[in-house]
Design a protein around this ligand. Structure first.
Ligand code: ADP
Ligand code: MG
Length: 383
């Protein structure tokens, strides 16, 4: 349609690729919307990531292109996209089945042929940033010490000099990670982009830069341009979405196809503070980083269920926890949250308010006590 030819095609031309430019390697992931492969560039020998999209390829191209211009530090280095065959050397189009599919679309639509199934799929290309996501890193018993050397390279690889492992050092590391995550979100939001799929699986760790970056941007909505793809299926992950998630999936309009529709689209920006959708997910991520008990899928789901039963009150959830949850590594996590007059706990609560309007924005959270420290002005006055 219009968007495809007049908006996306020019964007594809960041650098022109074809499947022949890569040697496809291991599969890195397979979601509902595509297959992700590691690949090697034939010409430069560099490592890339290729995603063959089933759906939402356009949305992902759009978001990547916008954020590569606005805040390139905060997302995986997007290289471009191309239409290509499913596999190298695979036959394209044709075949009896596709003819009948075409006939069926003719019959249904009369004018327009919907031959999308016969089209070459869309491939997206990024630089390979690293082999671990925040989710992978959190599955290790070593977390967060397994990222510490990369995050604090400038200060000898330790968060707090002379500090043995324990809540204080853990807090310093988690604070650094979460600050990076908030910077990513804040950067996207400043561009008018709401990510809608913020979770540890979608944060890749770049050990060279010592930074977490966002990946998997196909669920994002662009408030400025009105791109707000209506999820065909339920693409919003209920483990990380705020309790209002159903608003997003039932009231958001279809992606507008023409400039007129773009202008008239009653899109997300009519919802109050739509960026706070991502705030909630960020709050869940912070909680998981602190509390190992929330890192497994089952426990995370049980936690969300319990929250719902408690009217979304974190305080009530915490009060009901059995005492063993306050011992060992998990207890240490609560110490991290409670340190400095509950700076972390207050931040989590402010991000996870039931009412979206009350939630802290990502930018606001960057200036919270948990991130900035006790009092940002004390050092200035002391100095
Ligand atoms: P989906 O979740 O739809 O399968 P993602 O974009 O999240 O697709 O990618 C799947 C997996 O591929 C990620 O979890 C990550 O492990 C890996 N991956 C994606 N992009 C990159 C990248 N730029 N560098 C390194 N690994 C990546
Ligand atoms: Mg993903």
């Amino acid at each position: 349609g219009f968007v495809d030819y007049y908006v996306l095609r020019p964007l594809l031309g960041q650098r022109s690729f074809s499947l022949d430019d890569f040697v496809i390697g291991n599969k890195l992931g397979e979601g509902g919307f595509g297959v992700v492969y590691k690949a090697t560039g034939v010409e430069d020998g560099e490592t890339y990531v290729l995603k063959r999209c089933k759906d939402y390829g356009e949305a992902e191209i759009w978001t990547n292109s916008r954020l590569m211009r606005a805040c390139p530090k905060y997302i995986a280095k997007y290289q471009g996209a191309f239409y290509g065959p499913k596999e190298k050397g695979a036959a394209r189009g044709g075949g009896e089945q596709s003819i009948w599919k075409r006939a069926k679309s003719f019959a249904q639509k009369a004018v327009e042929v919907d031959d999308s199934d016969d089209d070459d799929p869309m491939w997206l290309v990024w630089k390979f940033e690293g082999s671990e996501t925040l989710n992978g890193l959190m599955q290790s018993k070593e977390f967060p010490y397994n990222v510490e050397p990369f995050l604090f390279r400038d200060s000898g690889g330790v968060a707090v000099e002379g500090e043995p492992r324990g809540p204080a050092r853990k807090k310093a590391i988690i604070q650094r990670i979460f600050k990076q995550i908030l910077e990513c979100l804040s950067g996207a939001h400043a561009t008018g982009i709401i990510l809608r799929d913020v979770k540890p699986e979608n944060m890749i760790f770049d050990p060279k830069e010592g930074r977490f970056k966002l990946i998997d941007l196909g669920a994002a909505a662009d408030l400025r341009f009105g791109f707000n793809y209506q999820p065909k299926e339920f693409i919003l992950d209920p483990r990380f979405s705020g309790p209002e998630e159903y608003i997003m999936s039932t009231q958001t309009p279809e992606a507008p196809a023409t400039p007129v529709a773009l202008a008239l689209s009653p899109a997300l920006w009519q919802l109050n503070v739509p960026d706070r959708f991502d705030s909630y997910s960020a709050g869940v991520v912070l909680l998981q980083m602190c509390l190992p008990s929330l890192r497994s899928d089952d426990n995370l789901i049980a936690f969300r269920r319990k929250l719902e039963e408690n009217g979304e009150s974190l305080q009530a959830w915490r009060k009901e926890l059995p005492s063993r949850m306050f011992t060992g590594e998990n207890g240490e996590g609560f110490d991290v949250l409670d340190a400095d007059d509950r700076a972390g706990w207050e931040l989590v609560k402010s991000l996870m308010f039931k009412e979206r309007e009350k939630r802290s924005s990502a930018t606001g959270a960057k200036f919270s006590r948990f991130i900035v420290g006790k009092n940002p002005f004390v050092t200035v006055l002391d100095g």
